[in-house]
Ligand binder design. Structure first.
Ligand code: FE2
Length: 187
């Protein structure tokens, strides 16, 4: 079996697990896989990079399977201790994947997709280019999808409003990638 076939099988296996537990999360994963493919192609990534980026995007919140539904789908504001539990999902997901010995760029995307460019994110508070490239990319795609979609705790906003919010929160994102993302959405 080729490496790309294996990637597909792993993505499908994890998608099945997630679908059974949290169909909303499965939808978020699917959309992020599609947007990662579009954005990766827009950026001129190689086909191998696009495949790995899509895999990472399609499984990036895998660690949420370990967090209780009560917290994940809580319609009210999370308490500080609930939020600190949620924050563990990035490390949990990457740790769950480690026995598969995937390309490290995939694990890095999963572990670091909530790092902010200015160092205010989690789990490690990495800053700027310390944050792996795929994770900087996923940070943008993840935020955009989270803003435009309805979730139990939030009503989706229009594309224009989401882009404005991202501009206001630009400290979270790699500025060059954000610029490219705006261009790709407006194209
Ligand atoms: Fe996440």
């Amino acid at each position: 079996m080729g490496a790309l076939d294996m990637i597909d099988r792993i993505a499908n296996f994890i998608a099945g697990l997630v679908e059974g537990r949290d169909p909303d999360l499965a939808g978020h994963h699917q959309r992020l896989g599609s947007s990662a493919e579009r954005f990766g192609l827009h950026l001129g990534c190689t086909s191998e990079e696009v495949s790995l980026l899509c895999l990472g995007a399609e499984i990036h919140d895998l660690g949420k399977l370990s967090i209780s539904d009560h917290i994940l789908n809580k319609p009210a504001r999370l308490t500080a201790s609930e939020f600190s539990l949620i924050k563990q999902h990035a490390d949990i997901g990457a740790d769950l994947l480690s026995p598969l010995d995937l390309d490290p760029r995939v694990n890095d995307l999963v572990r670091f997709h909530h790092e902010n460019y200015d160092g205010t994110g989690y789990p490690q508070g990495l800053k700027g280019d310390e944050i792996p490239f795929f994770a900087r990319l996923a940070r943008i795609l993840d935020s955009f999808d989270a803003m435009i979609m309805n979730r139990p705790y939030h009503k989706g906003v229009s594309t224009e409003r989401a882009l404005r919010r991202m501009e206001q929160d630009s400290h979270c994102y790699d500025p060059n990638l954000l610029h490219q993302f705006f261009q790709s959405v407006k194209a």
